[in-house]
Structure formats: C-alpha cells, structure tokens
Design a protein around this ligand. Structure first.
Ligand code: DX5
Ligand code: ZN
Length: 219
C-alpha cells in the first residue's frame, strides 16, 4: 500500500504559504492539507475558499480540504469552485452528510467524511460507499501541535477492516498528533494518508518530509 503525506498548512507560515507548500511538495509530499475553521464548529478561525482559490494557482498537488465548519451546505459550492481536489465534511456538522458527499462527488471532486475522536467508527460505515477517503481525527479538531489520542488506534483498525471487508476504494487518513516516532504504528493500524502539521512545518520542512517517507518505506 502506498502511504501518502498530507502536510497541514495550519503550522506553515501564513505569510508565505506558497513558499512553504513548494518546499514540502518538492520534497515529496503528495497532498496539501488545508484546515478550514469557522470559529463555531471549532474554537479557532483560519481561512476560507478565497485562500484555496489562490493556493490552486500556487500548486498542482492535491488540495485536501478539511472543513471544520458548522454549515457545509452553505459553503460547499465555494470550495468546489475554488479548485479543491478532496473535500472532507464532518459527520458532526449540520445537514445531511450523505447528501453532502453526493454533491461533492457529482461536482467531480473527491468526497470524504471525518469523525471526531468521540464519534464511534461505526458512524462512518454506511457512508463508506460514498467516500473516496475517510478521515479519523486523532486529536480534538481546532489546533495544531496536540498529542495523538492513543484510543484512536483501534478506530483506525476498525475502519480499515470495514474497508477491506467490502473492498471499498477509499483512502484512510488520520489527522492530529502524527510524529516521526508514532507514524509507523499509525500506518500499521491501517492509515494510508498521514496528515502532519507541526511535525512537518516545525524546523526543516524538506528534511521532515523526507523523514516521514523514510518511516513509510520502513513500515
Ligand atoms: C486540527 C487540524 C489538523 C492539525 C494537525 O484541528 O485538523 O490538521 O493541523 O496538526 P498536528 O499535526 O500538529 O497535530
Ligand atoms: Zn485537518
């Protein structure tokens, strides 16, 4: 299984996003993880669709857009038009998650669903046929630099088992607290897309990206 790295720009320099993204993708990062927060679904505010639109011009890599917003229905069109490659909606957000996933796919964008740490893995199961990717939060969403919640490991295994059982074409991403020293275990549990913010953009970005890929290859 090919493992991919999706650096979270939440920990990048917001005044130099294009530069930091280029360093990470030139070093081999496959995706670019964009954390959209509305100050309501989570207690933090980041960026919206206009920034995704600008990033679209700055990179050809996969823009992996994680919507931490209360009302996806109100903004999905904006993120589709902005050039997102993957749009991830929270199971816990308002509206009908299944309809949101269908709308994203119908627009030719990859659809993904995400659950917070306290939401059971089983909540995702009926949605898996409609997902190109699922995301398991391994910290409470809202901030970078938090510690990985160990109880989430079993959830990764459960979702991987369900994907395998049915043969779904669905990537399994994790988000939060991934570091060089726990990523081998996370991959062994079944994740194939690793989001990492502080562990990529803290320090030497290119070197960090390369070290993550070394861990992927060893595992
Ligand atoms: C948290 C965000 C994450 C965050 C991860 O709400 O969804 O993408 O940036 O940051 P690290 O890797 O530092 O835990
Ligand atoms: Zn995220």
């Amino acid at each position: 299984m090919e493992i991919k790295l999706s650096p979270s720009i939440l920990s990048a320099d917001f005044a130099n996003l294009a530069r930091d993204i280029k360093i990470a993708t030139d070093a081999g990062a496959e995706y670019v993880h964009v954390d959209v927060m509305d100050g309501h679904f989570v207690p933090n505010i980041t960026i919206g669709a206009p920034v995704v639109k600008s990033l679209r011009k700055a990179t050809d890599k996969v823009l992996d857009v994680h919507l931490m917003i209360s009302d996806p229905d109100q903004y999905l069109d904006d993120f589709i038009k902005a050039g997102s490659d993957i749009i991830t909606v929270h199971y816990e957000s308002n509206g009908d998650t299944l309809e949101q996933l269908k709308k994203i796919r119908a627009a030719g964008v990859k659809a993904a669903c995400v659950i917070k740490p306290k939401t059971p893995a089983e909540a995702l199961f009926p949605l898996l046929p409609y997902c190109d990717m699922v995301l398991i939060m391994t910290v409470e969403p809202g901030f970078g630099g938090q510690g990985f919640i160990p109880e989430c490991m079993d959830k990764i295994k459960a979702v991987r088992a369900e994907i395998q059982k049915h043969g779904y074409q669905c990537e399994l991403e994790i988000d939060g607290g991934a570091k060089l020293n726990n990523t081998a275990d996370i991959v062994a549990a079944g994740a194939d897309v690793i989001v990492a913010g502080s562990a990529v953009f803290g320090g030497d970005i290119a070197d960090n990206v390369k070290k993550f890929h070394e861990v992927f290859e060893e595992g």
